[in-house]
Design a protein around this ligand. Structure first.
Ligand code: SAM
Ligand code: 2KA
Ligand code: SF4
Ligand code: MG
Length: 238
C-alpha cells in the first residue's frame, strides 16, 4: 500500500539541530504542512514548487530506499517535513524502523497529535515565534506535551529578533521541565553565497548567545546554530 507522501530521503549525514545535534542520521522528509512560516527553509514541502517530486510510498519502500542509500552506515532515522505529524500512516514506518533496530527521531511544530509519537525515540517540538507569522495554539501544545511527559523530548524555538526572544522565554517558562533549545534563525534561505551566509549566521549566533547569557530565565537553555547551514549553506539533501 502506498500511503506516505515523501519529498526527500537522504543521508547518512549529521543531525544539524537541537537535542541530538551531531548524531549520524538518515532523513525522511514528508510533504505537506499545516503552517506557512514566513522564513521556512523547507517551503518546497508545502508551497507547491516541488509538487511533481512528491512520491507516495509505503513504509516498506521507504525502508528499502534508506538501506540502498545508507547501507550499513546508519542506525538512526530522523523524520521531518513539512509536518510529519499530519500523517497517521507514518506510524507503520516508525514500527518498521524499530523492528529493524533503527532509532528514530522527529521534527514537528507541536500543532498535531498522533499516537505513534509515543514510539519515537527523540521528539523535537518547535513552536513558532511571532516572526514566522504563525500563532501558537498553546492548549494544543499543553495537551501534546502532557501526553509526552515521560518521553525523551525537547522544545526548540527559532529566534530572529527581540520579540521572538520574548516568545522563547514564555515557552520555556510554561514548560520548565522540558529541555529547551534556542536556535539561530537563517534570514536568507535562498542565497548560494556560502561565505556571506556563514558570516551572517555566526554573527546572529553571537547575538543569540549574548541575549541568552544576559537573561536569568535562560540559565538552563542551550543555544545552537543550524550546524548543517554552517557547513553546507542552503544546500538541499544534507
Ligand atoms: C523545516 S522544519 C520541519 C519540521 C516542522 N514543520 C517544524 O517546523 O518543526 C525543521 C526545523 O527547521 C526550523 N527552521 C525552518 N526554517 C528555518 C530558518 N529559516 N532558520 C532556522 N531554522 C529554521 C524549524 O523551526 C524546525 O525546527
Ligand atoms: N543535517 C540536517 N539537519 C537537520 N535538522 C533538522 C533538519 C530539518 O530540515 O528538519 C535538518 C536537515 O535538513 N539537515
Ligand atoms: S512548521 Fe516547519 S515546515 Fe511548516 S512552514 Fe513552519 S518551519 Fe516550515
Ligand atoms: Mg532544515
Amino acid at each position: 500500500m502506498s500511503s506516505i507522501p515523501v519529498l526527500e530521503i537522504f543521508g547518512p549525514t549529521i543531525q544539524g539541530e537541537g537535542m541530538v545535534i551531531g548524531q549520524k542520521t538518515m532523513f525522511v522528509r514528508t510533504a505537506g504542512c499545516d503552517y506557512r512560516c514566513a522564513w521556512c527553509d523547507s517551503a518546497f514541502t508545502w508551497d507547491g514548487s516541488a509538487k511533481e517530486q512528491i512520491r507516495q510510498m509505503s513504509a516498506e519502500e521507504i525502508w528499502q530506499e534508506l538501506k540502498e542509500l545508507g547501507g550499513d552506515n546508519f542506525s538512526h532515522v530522523t523524520l521531518s517535513g513539512g509536518n510529519p505529524a499530519l500523517l497517521k500512516s507514518l506510524g507503520v514506518l516508525v514500527s518498521l524502523l524499530q523492528q529493524n533496530g533503527i532509532r528514530t527521531a522527529i521534527e514537528t511544530q507541536g500543532s498535531r497529535w498522533q499516537d505513534w509519537l509515543l514510539a519515537v525515540d527523540e521528539v523535537t517540538f518547535s513552536p513558532k515565534p511571532p516572526s514566522s507569522g504563525m500563532t501558537t495554539d498553546f492548549l494544543a501544545l499543553d495537551y501534546i506535551l502532557e501526553k509526552m511527559k515521560h518521553k525523551d523530548i525537547s522544545l526548540k524555538v527559532v529566534v530572529f529578533d527581540e520579540q521572538d526572544f520574548a516568545y522563547a522565554k514564555q515557552v520555556h517558562e510554561r514548560y520548565p521541565d522540558v529541555p529547551f533549545f534556542l536556535q539561530v534563525g537563517n534570514e536568507d534561505v535562498h542565497t548560494t553565497d556560502d561565505d556571506v551566509l556563514l558570516s551572517r549566521l555566526l554573527s546572529r549566533y553571537e547575538w543569540l548567545i549574548e541575549r541568552a547569557v544576559q537573561c536569568k530565565e535562560m540559565n538552563d537553555a542551550k543555544v545552537l546554530p543550524q550546524l548543517h547551514a554552517l557547513v553546507w549553506g542552503n544546500k538541499r539533501g544534507v
